[in-house]
Design a protein around this ligand. Sequence first.
Ligand code: SER
Length: 608
Amino acid sequence: MDYFLKTRKDFLNFFKSKGHTVVPSSSLVPDDPSVLLTTAGMQQFKRYYTGELNPESDFGSHRATSLQKCFRTSDIEEVGDDTHLTFFEMMGNFSFGPVGSDDPTDAETGGYFKRSAIVWAWEFLTNVLELAPERLWVTVFEGDGDTPKDHEAYAVWKNEVGIPQERIFWGKRADNFWGPTGNQGPCGPTTEIYIAPTPEHARQGKGVEVWNVVFNEYYATAGADGAFKYKKVDSPGIDTGMGFERLLATLEGAANVYETSAFVPIVSAVRQAAAGISERDIHILADHIRASSFLIADGIVPSNKEAGYVLRRLLRKIIAVRITNDIHADVFQIGYEAVTKMFAGIYPAVGEAEKILGVWREEQGKFEVSIAKGLRELESLKTAALTGNAAFGLYQTYGLPKELTLEFAKKTSPDFENEFAAEEKKHQDTSRAGAQKKFGGHGLVLDTGELKAGNEEELSRVIRMHTATHLLQWALRTVLGEGVHQMGSDINPERLRFDFNFDRKLTSEEIARVADLSNEVVKKDLPVYYQEMPKEQALSSGALSFFKQKYPDVVKVYSIGSQSSGGVVSAEFCGGPHVEHTGTIGEIRIIKEEAVGKGVRRIRASVV
Ligand code: SER
């Protein structure tokens, strides 16, 4: 069955039958100057939530539904694995207060709230998509501070939908509270719907999140101390989002998003044009060709800043994959033809072949000229001693694909690859802050170099993962010995990456032990706090410092655990920010352990 067309139609028709106006996707270029690209369905409706615009006069209803083009750059390096995409579509239904009727059997056009939002989401998944109810499970906000437990949503799930209690889980703020974006705005608890592969998995709370239903019932303002104060609003709204490709993967039983009907024609075209390249490269090409076609269609051209830089980066990656794999066919054009067959009927601008291929060819031409210069330069250096540092300089100046630089360089120094890697690391450290600002996707609210977050929701995740990083370092030293210390750290809303010195692969027992030790501390809910002190005093206290960093004369030392809570577990030189209690971190899951260089290992982990 062609789920690609059917599911889009089913979704919009379903909500149309419930009094919603079908609103076309807005452009990937938002009209809100504080964000770079559109990242969520609610973005085009922001001013209806705040009451600045009147939905009745624009849509003839307080209810809207859409399939929104979205673009997220936060984890562009992970694209090509099973779940990450840069460009994706998000299905959503929206209610702009005031609440008229919250009776789900009533298809009028006033605002609605929790009852209707939950009952309809369930009805759509189980009646329209015919997903087995036993495979679904949900989370509801457990409450904290000024924002109480969401008994209302819990009761709807339990009494009106009738999900057995064993499949309704309470969730923490980090997962079950959305917004505000920026330092004030509408926000509220969420309920999230998950699909498990089997009923048994559903009872254990395992599976993928498919639908985020946000109840915008508060307005938050930041107080003088930076903490949010929440006030109930008179006119609450609904904002839901369901990732289209991820839902297709579930419906079609596909192993990953690239095997769904949203991607198969594009992936097949790429595979034919580029026979023999790795599956990951095929996925990267498919994602990037599709994504850049949409960006160009919405009027973005390659440049060195903001959205233009995002596009340039995608196109140059396509060229780099093409050159390093020696792909002769014009893989962009072939991929684009598949994209246009699928999408031009839905988004006519994607069908403007001349414009889209024109931008591609021009960028390719520019990049090739630069590459050719770089290669000539490399060639002329071949006879002289070419160090890793010098090769990195060329790679940097001409934007040569890295694999190509390494391949063409005559490696005259024995330590060539290490020099190259060290130079690259140095460059990344110094340019990260600036570059990440440009490339952050939606205006960073936090960028310490190590931690990056684009909005408040992401901020709370990176803070939880930051404290998790301290726990992991402590656990690694406990399991592998005190010789282990940090070599690098990078945290974004999806995952943390922690590099440390160690000379072999960790066994699965060691990895499990590290995760268990860390999670034991999470469960103890120990306090996390900092003290400022002179650097010398901090050093002699035994607090861990990161040797690559230069510290000021007075430093902050973050500790986990106190004498009265049974002893200090970890103490590190650190600027923060951190959670206040380890309990708010949630479960720490180690995703992967790998080598990144000689004697350096990397752990990727996440919190749930
Ligand atoms: N705004 C919420 C999200 O992006 C729900 O649509 O998940």
